[in-house]
Write a protein that binds this ligand. Structure first.
Ligand code: PHE
Length: 451
């Protein structure tokens, strides 16, 4: 490709761009519903332990791989060892699966924004509103098309920088608003039980599935195990402190997820009168619970609208980075122009997104073990493919490339403080744990699915 590889300017440039990709629906929509579903405190605890070990080591490794080779996933593995470029290939499949269903959820956010702006808060807060909405055949598809169209437009026009600038302002506002709503929720009657559920680990709820779900969420939320951070690393300048940047992204990403959970999980308790089955609502949880919270607030219409604008921006920066990645992967393969490739990716993603959207209504009879098409795509990419890529990456770095190569790259700017942790996680802990967890959870899933 003739275009020169640009690099991020300034020290903060990289962190902000990577955080823009990392912080998105994964933090605000996905984390809370998983925490609610998988036992609250125990999920949170497992997640945090994984974030500071697995997440940290893998993110360091991926960014260093990218920076060392100056290439994106497939090229990076190929450059280092031809035999292992297949890891990059598997990693590249993941964003192709995620983009369509991510955009379906992005469409739901857009719909809720429109409802709040047009004064429809009380309807949105009514029981059954969300379920009725997603079961409709056409409307959710319309919002999905709007969201993915917007994403494609930004990528086509090449104005990501503009969007990123706006979101740099909006992201801190989102943090403040999330904290504000979380504090508000904690004062609602019944919320304290929810708080306890959310932060107090109940070890009897611990299972391999909890770990797998937390691990999948970690990779998803930090945009790991799918080649994206390798690509970002390839744009990173050599004089930026890699370890410190990873820490910052990690804290930012986990912090937002934590507060999003703090805002949503206790609210579920407050509104359901302690009925724990309300926690199992899955992907719809945020859309069912938050409108009720806003409705109970003074000025809730405005706060709700502001909230959904901010979430929409966070979602857009993530979907843009997803689409960018998919476009560059496809382009490397077929060699079309950027614009033509972008249209192709758009059309393909729309087709792939349709079943996810329809799966809650007319196609709801097509399900596997109670999973809709959206849940299935999500499960396949996050709970199967990502752990496999993470496993292969750690084996590759631990035994083929050797951790030293990564450590040297990180030490270009000074000593790598967590060197030992990094080496131990990559060489031993990650491979062993991932294999165990994958096996047991697949067995589990097979048992549940009765295949
Ligand atoms: N990390 C993003 C989020 O939390 C999702 C995402 C995954 C974005 C992969 C880009 C690439 O929402």
């Amino acid at each position: 490709m003739s275009e020169k590889r640009s690099s991020f300017t300034g020290k903060l440039g990289f962190v902000l761009a990577a955080a823009g990709s990392a912080v998105g629906l994964g933090n605000i929509w996905r984390f809370p519903y998983l925490a609610a579903k998988y036992g609250g405190g125990i999920f949170l605890l497992v997640y945090i332990i994984l974030a500071v070990t697995f997440g940290f080591a893998l993110m360091c490794a991926e960014i260093a791989l990218g920076r060392k080779t100056g290439q994106s996933a497939i090229g990076a593995f190929r450059t280092l060892n031809k035999k292992y470029s297949f890891i990059g290939v598997i990693a590249s499949v993941i964003p192709i699966i995620i983009l369509p269903y991510y955009s379906v959820i992005g469409g739901w956010v857009t719909k809720y924004l429109a409802v709040f702006v047009s004064g429809g808060m009380s309807e949105a807060a009514a029981d059954g509103y969300f379920e009725t909405f997603i079961a409709k055949p056409f409307e959710p598809i319309g919002w999905f098309l709007l969201f993915i169209g917007l994403t494609a437009l930004v990528v086509l026009l090449g104005v990501e920088k503009g969007v990123e600038k706006v979101s740099k302002v909006m992201m801190p506002v989102l943090v403040v608003l999330t904290v504000f709503v979380a504090v508000y929720v904690l004062f609602m009657p019944g919320a304290i039980d929810g708080l306890i559920y959310y932060i107090k680990p109940d070890f009897s709820k611990f299972s391999a599935t909890t770990v797998l779900a937390a691990m999948g969420q970690l990779f998803y939320s930090m945009s790991l195990a799918m080649g994206i951070m390798i690509t970002y690393g390839s744009y990173m300048k050599k004089d930026v402190n890699l370890e410190k940047s990873v820490r910052q992204i990690e804290i930012f990403d986990t912090g937002i997820a934590f507060f999003a959970g703090l805002m949503i999980v206790p609210a579920v308790f407050a509104f359901s009168g302690g009925d724990e089955t309300a926690l199992g609502k899955g992907p719809g949880l945020m859309f069912i619970t938050l409108p009720k919270v806003f409705e109970s607030m003074k000025g809730g219409s405005f706060i709700g609208a502001a909230f959904f604008v901010l979430v929409l921006f966070a979602a857009l920066t993530s979907s843009i980075s997803l689409m960018e990645t998919v476009v560059s992967i496809v382009r490397d393969k077929i060699g079309w122009s950027r614009n033509k490739t972008c249209i192709l990716v758009l059309v393909f993603s729309v087709l792939l997104g349709l079943p996810s959207s329809l799966g809650f209504g007319v196609w709801s009879n097509i399900s596997l073990g109670g999973m809709t098409f959206l849940d299935m795509s999500d499960f396949f990419s996050n709970s199967i493919l990502m752990p496999i890529v993470a496993l292969l990456t750690s084996i590759f770095i631990g035994y083929v490339l050797k951790p030293k190569a990564i450590i040297e790259e990180i030490e270009l700017t000074g000593p790598f403080k967590a060197k030992t942790l990094f080496t131990v996680v990559i060489k031993y802990i990650a491979p062993v744990c991932i294999v165990l967890i994958l096996i047991s959870s697949v067995l589990d899933a097979l048992g549940i699915m009765k295949i």
